[in-house]
Write a protein that binds this ligand. Structure first.
Ligand code: SAH
Ligand code: SF4
Ligand code: F3S
Length: 474
């Protein structure tokens, strides 16, 4: 799993930034091999695990070595222009691999496939397949077509596809934490955002299948699940058999009840939808983590209106108060956009001051990047000069640096229950894990017989901006 806490920096590409290539999952079991790289948000990483499962059934096993792959896939992101540029560069590198191995097929999946559709085949000659996020079930057929020399495209969006029955193949897993996709698409139409166009209408996955997946993960030794969606708080499922309706709060409770040893997290919450009901369920169950990602985007009401976020500065502040009231030790993080269309210096100052007010533990910070077809691109001028955008972003980043450091300093001397995720990257004699608030904690193994997936109480002794350093509580 990506290290979210040390990721507290400018994200010019995507939330999770780096691409990854999966483990070979017993490759000899399969006749052919695929290689997949994922970009963008957690949803995309989770989708790649669904794709892996579909490909396994079609006789393709995963490999980490692109050179030996028969099929090379890029699961792409369109959120900002820079993300698309990174992917184009990567495709150029694939061209060389394809020259060495002419039979190799190249497929583009995900949001960029959806946005550019068949145009991608024109623009990127080496691409054989373009497959949108709701069309992964058709991959085996599309591969056969492409093997026959016919370029193939399926970018149909669906109103009901949730891949509920597909058991994801956990690709780059630490064996402790896993993502579970609970809904797809987004109906929110924030004016800057391309996601509603690339992922289609919002739909919620069958609650039973989500709980069953979480139970299966727990039985296999996993100890933490993150319920994923672009807007998890609007999860809503009606069970046709029992006529029962399931809200996000109900769903979270059901997952939490699997075992007190299974931690439950979720991402992302739109501030407008996070209800008291959700906050009370979080407070009630110790294993539902006290951490909320609550993207503010801007601290100014006029800009928020232009962004179509549907809340004001004051409303957001009250939401933060409410969270702290119901869950006093709740960690809060944010997404922030600098230099949105027509943003003034005073309005930018409002963003800096709402950061102070909310005391974010960390933030993902971006400068505005106009995306074709979005409401903002059609209606507003992208008129804040690039150097001004970058300067404002730097001020936001600097502010967050101090907020993160302060937040970590306040934790020194406190004791936290940590779920061990693995060895520290820097020190084989230390464990790395997270507390409920999603902060990374590193501590010496000492003489104790601990392993990945164990819980242990530690006391924080020191910190950096991104990490808490601790000792095992005696
Ligand atoms: N569904 C999630 C966000 C997904 S996109 C949510 O609503 O919280 C992740 C973040 O990328 C957004 O929160 C926003 O801060 C940023 N982002 C989206 N479109 C952008 C754009 N056009 N320019 C810059 N940042 C953008
Ligand atoms: Fe984009 Fe807004 Fe939907 Fe998030 S809630 S995915 S920012 S439209
Ligand atoms: Fe990117 Fe698509 Fe996610 S645009 S952020 S991969 S939903």
């Amino acid at each position: 799993m990506m290290d979210l806490m040390t990721d507290n920096k400018v994200h010019d590409e995507s939330r999770q930034g780096e691409a990854y290539a999966p483990f070979a999952n017993d490759p000899n079991q399969y006749k052919k091999k695929f290689y997949i790289e994922s970009y963008g948000c957690q949803m995309n990483f989770s989708d790649s695990e669904i794709v892996a499962s579909i490909l396994n059934s079609a006789g393709y096993g995963a490999t980490r070595d692109m050179e030996e792959a028969d099929l090379v896939l890029l699961n792409t992101c369109s959120i900002r222009e820079k993300a698309e540029q990174t992917i184009r560069k990567r495709l150029t590198e694939f061209r060389k691999a394809k020259m060495r191995k002419p039979g190799m097929l190249v497929g583009v999946l995900g949001c960029m496939a959806e946005r550019l559709k068949a145009n991608l085949l024109e623009e990127e000659k080496l691409v054989d397949m373009v497959v949108g996020p709701d069309a992964y079930r058709t991959l085996p057929g599309l591969i056969v077509e492409a093997e026959g020399g016919q370029k193939s495209v399926n970018v149909l969006l669906s109103r009901d596809e949730t891949y509920a029955d597909i058991s994801p193949v956990r690709l780059e897993s630490n064996g402790v934490s896993a993502f579970i996709s609970i809904m797809r698409g987004c109906n929110n139409m924030c004016s800057f955002c391309v996601v509603p166009f690339t992922r289609g209408r919002e739909r919620s996955r069958d609650a039973q299948s989500i709980v069953a997946e979480a139970q299966d993960l727990f039985d296999r030794g996993f100890r933490e699940v993150t319920l994923l969606g672009q807007n998890v708080d609007s999860y809503y499922f009606v069970d046709e058999k029992s006529n029962e309706t399931v809200s996000f709060a109900n769903l979270m409770e059901r997952v939490a009840l699997i075992s007190p040893d299974l931690r439950v997290r979720f991402s992302t919450s739109h501030p407008k939808d996070i209800t008291d009901e959700v906050l009370h369920v979080m407070a009630k169950y110790e294993n539902i983590c006290n951490y909320i990602h609550l993207p503010v985007q801007s601290g100014n009401t006029r800009v928020l209106q232009l962004m179509n976020r549907t809340y004001t500065r004051e409303w957001y502040m009250k939401k933060v108060d409410r969270i702290k009231e119901i869950i006093p030790d709740c960690g809060i993080s944010s997404d922030i956009i600098a230099g949105f269309c027509s943003e003034t210096e005073e309005e930018h100052q409002d963003t800096l001051s709402i950061m102070d007010y909310s005391q974010y533990d960390y933030s993902y910070m971006f400068f505005y990047s106009e995306r074709p077809g979005t409401l903002a691109a059609r209606r507003y001028k992208d008129d804040v000069p690039e150097d001004v955008k970058k300067r404002r972003l730097q001020e936001i980043v600097d502010k967050q640096y101090y907020l993160s450091l302060d937040s970590n300093k306040r934790d020194v001397g406190r004791t936290y229950k940590v779920l061990i995720e693995g060895e520290s990257k820097k020190d084989a004699n230390a464990w790395m894990g997270r507390n409920s608030q999603n902060k990374v904690i590193v501590f010496a193994k000492e003489q104790y017989d601990l392993k990945k997936g164990d819980y242990i109480n530690v006391t924080v002794t020191d910190c950096t901006k991104g990490t808490l350093l601790a000792v095992i509580e005696k």
